[in-house]
Design a protein. Structure first.
Length: 74
């Protein structure tokens, strides 16, 4: 059985480890830890990468921007 998890380091806790123990009961397992940023993760999908690059271009060209009233968030 293979499993892949993407989580923040703050989510690593005993409950997570207990879940791994439950999933792989009495099995030998190998863990790989890779640090990644959200942009790299989102860029793995061709569609997401295209959207990200278009959004960056929109910011640079000051186009298709949404303005919100900061008072809505106070």
């Amino acid at each position: 059985m293979n499993a892949s998890f993407v989580l923040d380091s703050s989510e690593l806790n005993y409950a997570f480890i207990d879940k791994l123990r439950e999933m792989f009961q009495n099995k030998r397992i190998e863990l790989f830890i890779t640090e990644m940023d959200d942009t790299e993760y989102l860029s793995r999908s061709t569609v997401n990468k295209k959207l990200l690059l278009e959004s960056i271009a929109n910011i640079h060209n000051n186009q298709n921007l949404v303005t919100v009233d900061a008072k809505l968030f106070t």
